[in-house]
Design a protein around this ligand. Structure first.
Ligand code: GAL
Length: 374
């Protein structure tokens, strides 16, 4: 089964946009291995939009790789990525053209899935631009879902319709393994805050086999690259990673792996956070308190009778977040509480019960892994 846990990898869009080529992909593949990201679980290297010629081959009808960007074709790139132990991802679009106006797969779904299988692709991101008005959005994802099943290769299907058509309700039935539920992220705290918090009510539509994708991470971009905006500071990137992990979101890195700082590398390789994200039960986080406040508490049940707790301050002022243990199901009368270990420092803060208040600076967060204890 694909997507047993949220997929992890790297996607070219946030940093490179149109400026992708064989060299960049090879260097990224090298860096993913050398910097320990593959070992940490980041296995997919996905080429986003702008990889092909502007028109299909008139004779075969196939999409063809840009001859200047990929002079040796896509199979050679895929072979290189595979030789590093990574998996290879491609991109196309459910409409007639991709978002940056390259050929889309509309009415060429089966041929294109076959082409991606010939490249040795393991992943397909499938966008939603240039959808003919007469076409039914959900049906277009069903078509590619079927085409991938017919292509003779196991390919993870990453749907990207930005939350249209109430996507969380039907996308799993179309065969997708992850699905974008929101518009594009940019590299700012506001963007990542609004995108992630918009999905609080949809976190249960995310489970082994198909996960709610709140877009590629911008960690380590500091405002550079293709998606623009002001950039975030390290505290804000820490909060971004914590939210994505707690929300069981796919962890697709978007910053330039070749130049990621040691601090940002350590952040995205944090074993406790990744364990929360990759927990095999894939249970959704839920709001434990703070629905009407900027200081929110989330809980997520983990396997082994553990519970992850995240306090996150999305407001502009330092604050303290709190929750009643009763509200996550641990009654005061039971005598139970949680023995909490800080996911960032690995330090135990002892057993907490009944009520907990925790100071959190503006845009910061705190994450704990708790074991039921008296
Ligand atoms: C958008 C998509 C982005 C990126 C871009 C490429 O629709 O949401 O993640 O793939 O298209 O043009």
């Amino acid at each position: 089964m694909l997507s047993k846990t949220p997929p992890m990898g790297f996607n070219t869009w946030n940093t490179f946009g149109r400026n992708i080529n064989e060299q960049v992909i090879k260097e990224t593949a090298d860096a993913m291995v050398e910097k320990g990201l593959l070992d940490a679980g980041y296995e997919y290297l996905v080429i986003d939009d702008c990889w092909s010629e502007r028109e299909r081959d008139p004779e075969t009808g196939k999409i063809v790789p840009d001859k200047i960007k990929f002079p040796n074709g896509m199979k050679a790139v895929s072979d290189y990525v595979h030789s590093k132990g990574l998996k290879f991802g491609m991109y196309s679009c459910a409409g007639t053209r991709t978002c940056d106006n390259y050929p889309g797969s509309y009415d060429h779904e089966f041929l294109d899935a076959q082409t991606f299988a010939e490249y040795g692709a393991d992943f397909l991101k499938y966008d939603f631009c240039f959808k003919p008005v007469s076409a039914d959005g959900p049906n277009l994802y069903r078509r590619m879902g079927m085409a991938l099943k017919a292509c003779g290769r196991e390919i993870l299907f990453s749907a990207c319709n930005w939350g249209n058509d109430d996507v969380s309700k039907w996308i799993r039935s179309a065969g997708a393994h992850m699905y974008r539920s929101t518009g594009d992220i940019n590299d700012s705290f506001a963007s990542m805050r609004d995108i992630s918090m918009s999905q609080i009510d949809n976190l249960a539509y995310s489970a082994p086999g198909c996960f709610n994708d709140i877009d590629m991470l911008t960690i380590g971009m500091y405002g550079k690259g293709n998606v623009g905006s002001t950039g975030c500071n390290d505290t804000e990137y820490k909060t971004q990673f914590a939210i994505w992990c707690m929300f069981s979101a796919p962890l697709m890195l978007g910053g330039d792996i070749r130049t990621l700082s040691d601090d940002m590398l350590a952040l995205v390789k944090n074993k406790n956070l990744i364990r929360i994200n990759q927990d095999e039960e894939g249970r959704p986080a839920f709001l434990a308190n703070g629905a009407n406040s900027k200081c929110k508490a989330f809980a997520k049940l983990l396997s082994n009778n553990e519970v992850a707790i995240m306090f996150v301050n999305i407001g502009e002022d330092d604050d303290s977040c709190n929750f009643y243990f009763e509200d996550i199901g641990i009654t005061a009368s039971s005598g139970f509480g949680l023995e909490l270990t800080d996911a960032f420092t690995n330090e135990s803060i002892g057993v907490k019960k009944e009520f907990m208040r925790f100071p959190v600076k503006a845009h910061d967060c705190a994450v704990f892994i708790g074991k039921l204890a008296k």
